[in-house]
Design a protein around this ligand. Structure first.
Ligand code: G6P
Length: 607
């Protein structure tokens, strides 16, 4: 979503900021802007709607010799993605420049108050009110002015602010939106995601909720929510620079799909052996796990579907209610929670606002929170009681691929480990599971190979009026994810439904121009699914089947992609791989922007 980069030092300020924004591009944005401060204090600003290239086109107009700057990629919330609404925003005298990620919920009220006082606000965005409030509060020290304004704001923010009277100083503050400081020698950096600055420094300070940072060239000073100074906790971050390069691929998505065997193997490293599954990260909350009487799983988007894959198995093995809820619903309308509730939050980024909101709701009710996250150091990892990292590596493409299969796998591993701890699986059961789990990377490679059938299938059905993704049992989550992928990547309408529900309405849509995509796994409900597919064929709908452990498909499918045979929870996650390729090929045919689909963001840091 929105990206922030800040810099104070002797490098070329605008080049350093734009390089940082480039590394955040993948998160999704619709306009970009920059403000730089000259030695004498004058602040110059440029902003453009659209791609970063549009902003780069006007950078030459900025004065040279600046010493500090702030830059932003914006994903519109309040106000259309225009030049005017892009960040930074300034007060009417051009003294204060501000960038803000998040939402100011009481901005309309503040706007009225400011207008009544004679301020002229020029944009449609909530952020602008902050610049004017700071202007009113300013008495010669920008830190004190920002600190005075923050209590007046309701909502979420990562804020960075410069004042014309104090060149070489940037104030940063956060509440429920990520912001990190990068420490250099005689230079300091700021970023909403450290990826933007790790090329320059790996010494990172993650700001916590309520923190305020005062950056000057020689160092930083941190203040907590009560205004007390505290010493920075500096973390050294290792960064895989290769993850940010396409390395010969046309798209990050395709590269990340191909990385799945390696990512799935990394997810099992040190956790799965021939004897079973043991996740040491769960030891810290072992008493809470033993006491848990209900399990609530919360997530958004693809992470939500990935979380569904093992949920039924978890309930069957653990004999406690297991519910998976989208975080945006859970946070405001939670189920009955208490000290015997285990809440599992699943997220690639660890920064999704709704998932973090759900976690805070759960913690306030006394529940134990386990996070399954890809991004180490993210907000979710700091707020949870225990963390299991996916180890999938950085994912750049907005559409989740390797993070999805890794999430499905790690939730399955956590399920099996909880069952082991509860004595719900025999040693023999565990060995049988782990023997099959250890073949997952090889199965993923085989699924990538068989996906080479998909360009031709995509071509055959491109132009259809819509697609219905169906399955039964563990495969339903895969059907949901397949439909989501097609919508987000190729902008084609698709619906994911439990196959048994087709006859209650959706079947009306089917016909020669409305194919069914079926996830056909070898399970006890296979005959039921086959009947549903026969019903689809009887209505002339083509059926594209992803088959695991099913040989004879000619009666119910028109096209087939065969993946390895496995038990349903494992086959379900492997079956996602051909569906990723299907959407990828459809998106190519549609001429869509595969790595950055329109209107979407990689990490959704607003509600
Ligand atoms: C966005 C992304 C999705 C992702 C969802 C949840 O919508 O585009 O790919 O599944 O957020 O993100 P998370 O980082 O919490 O897994």
């Amino acid at each position: 979503m929105c990206g922030i980069v800040g810099y104070i030092g002797s490098r070329d300020v605008s080049t350093t900021l734009i390089e940082g924004l480039r590394l955040l591009e993948y998160r999704g944005y619709d306009s970009a802007g920059i403000a730089v401060a000259a030695t004498g204090g004058e602040i110059s600003m440029r902003k453009r709607a659209g791609r970063l290239a549009n902003l780069e086109g006007v950078l030459g107009e900025l004065p040279t010799g600046s010493i500090a700057g702030i830059a932003h990629t914006r994903w519109a919330t309040h106000g259309a993605p225009t030049d005017l609404n892009a960040h930074p925003h300034m007060d009417e005298h051009g003294e204060i420049a501000i960038i803000h990620n998040g939402i100011i919920e009481n901005y309309a009220e503040l706007q009225r108050e400011l207008t009544a006082k004679g301020h002229t606000l020029s944009s449609d965005v909530d952020t602008e009110v902050i610049a004017h409030l700071i202007e009113d509060a300013y008495q010669g020290d920008i830190r004190l002015a920002v600190a005075a304004v923050l209590p007046r704001l309701h909502g979420q923010w990562a804020l960075v602010v410069m004042h014309r009277g104090e060149p070489g100083r940037i104030i940063a503050a956060r509440r429920e939106a990520p912001l990190a400081v990068g420490l250099g020698e005689g230079e300091q950096f700021l970023a909403s995601d450290p990826v933007a600055i790790l090329e320059h420094t790996n010494k990172i300070v993650f700001l916590r909720d309520g923190d305020l940072a005062d950056l000057q060239r020689g160092g930083i000073t941190l203040y907590d929510a009560a205004g007390a100074k505290f010493a920075p906790k500096v973390e050294t971050i290792t960064w895989d620079g290769a993850a940010a390069r396409k390395e010969g691929y046309d798209h990050f998505m395709r590269k990340e799909m191909d990385e799945q065997p390696r990512a799935l193997s990394a997810a099992m490293l040190g956790r799965v052996s021939v004897d079973g599954v043991a996740i040491s990260e769960l030891d810290a909350i072992a008493p809470a796990l033993a006491a848990a009487r209900s399990i609530e799983v919360v997530a958004c988007g693809s992470a939500y579907y990935a979380s569904l894959t093992a949920a039924t198995l978890a309930e069957r093995l653990l004999r406690v209610p297991v519910r998976v809820t989208v975080a945006s619903e859970f946070r405001y309308d939670p189920p009955a929670l208490g000290p015997t509730s285990l809440v599992i939050a699943v997220s690639q980024s660890g920064e999704t606002a709704d998932t973090l909101g759900a976690v805070r709701t759960a913690k306030a009710a006394g529940a134990t929170v386990l996070a399954i996250v890809n991004a180490a150091g993210s907000s979710l990892t700091r707020e949870a009681d225990a963390v299991v990292l996916l180890q999938a590596g950085t994912e750049i493409s907005v559409a989740a691929t390797k993070s999805y299969t890794s999430q499905a796998l790690v939730t399955l591993l956590v399920t099996l480990d909880l069952a082991r701890r509860a004595g719900a699986l025999t040693a023999e059961d565990l060995r049988s599971w782990s023997t099959e789990l250890l073949t997952i990377p090889a199965m993923a490679s085989a699924a990538l190979d068989s996906s080479d059938a998909l360009p031709a299938i995509a071509k055959k059905y491109f132009g259809s009026s819509g697609f219905m993704f169906v399955s039964r049992g563990a495969g339903i989550a895969t059907a949901f994810e397949g439909a989501l992928k097609l919508k987000e990547l190729a902008y084609i309408h698709a619906e994911g439904i439990a196959a048994g529900e087709m006859k209650h309405g959706p079947i009306s849509l089917l016909g020669a121009d409305h194919p069914v995509v079926a996830v056909v796994l070898n399970s006890s409900v296979l005959p039921k699914l086959v009947s549903n597919l026969m019903e689809s064929r009887a209505r002339s709908a083509p059926v594209i089947a992803i088959l695991s452990g099913v040989d004879d498909w000619s009666t119910f499918a028109t096209d087939a992609v065969v993946i390895p045979a496995a038990r349903p929870e494992i086959a379900a996650l492997i079956a996602t791989i051909p569906l990723q390729r299907f959407s990828y090929e459809m998106a190519l045919l549609a001429g869509a922007d595969i790595d950055q689909p329109k209107n979407l963001a990689k990490s959704v840091t607003v509600e």
